[in-house]
Write a protein that binds this ligand. Sequence first.
Ligand code: MN
Ligand code: MN
Length: 322
Amino acid sequence: MSDPFFHPVSGFDLPRFAGIPTFMRLPHVDLDNPKLKDVQIGIIGTPWDSGTTNRPGPRHGPRQLRDMSTMIRAQNGATGIRPFELVNCADLGDVAPNPVGLEDSMRRITAFYDRVIDAGVVPLSAGGDHLCSLPILRSIGKAGPVGMIHFDSHTDLFNSYFGGTLYTHGTPFRRAIEEELLDPKRVVQIGIRGTTYDNEDRDFANSVGVRVIAIEEFHKRGVEDVMAEAKEIVGDKETYVSYDIDFVDPAFAPGTGTPEVGGPNSFQALQVARLLDGVNIVGADLVEVSPPFDASGATAFLGVSIMFEMLCNMAQGISPEQ
Ligand code: MN
Ligand code: MN
């Protein structure tokens, strides 16, 4: 049973549309708060999108995701899991990026996560663009390479853009494999689609043993079969989960910079996250929600709903009651 200090504000004490929005109405515990040592899962915003190559905006993601997360209630309607009663969860606030300094921002993100990991907290992050995952993995993968289940339209395994720029939201996992933060043989990418410049990313995936499940295979086999294979690939060792909202069809998630048509619907988007049960999750992120392209807020709401599904499985994995 978790410490009641870490329970979300109930909608019966303060209506869900009222109050200062923290992630899922949890207490805000910054890194200098002595309560940090009691936190088991920390939700963190990384409001940074300097790796974006096309339509920007995910720097505004954490604030909009926090706002829409006030819609989330305490119990998972499908599984009955009540994550906030299983483990101590808190909103750890935002990393402060340097909006005009790419490498400085990455250093700042890694330094923030080093403190989180040292405190024994499992991070659930809200982007930001997908380059945020690299400095996060520099902290999580420090003790040795981890596996990864990656939902995305894109592999993000390209080498460089514009003739030699190595750090963009299209390259984080190429760098993470080179830096031995990820074990490529325990990496699976699901939902890949769209037009491309060339096959450089796929050739790299094949050469190092990353399993790419393209959208055609995903739709043909179905969610359960694909997720069973994904779990087999990562096994029971430490695994990171990275979820780019552009995995979802733009009919359901239009608020993102690089949408690709022909993707999963919102039900399937939740289902893949729900089927992460039993995975040894050492960190997870939800990235690429871009509020300027999300006029209705539906993309951010789907994003936090996916985060809640991931949180339920993370809580279930950590709780000693399981
Ligand atoms: Mn991505
Ligand atoms: Mn993508």
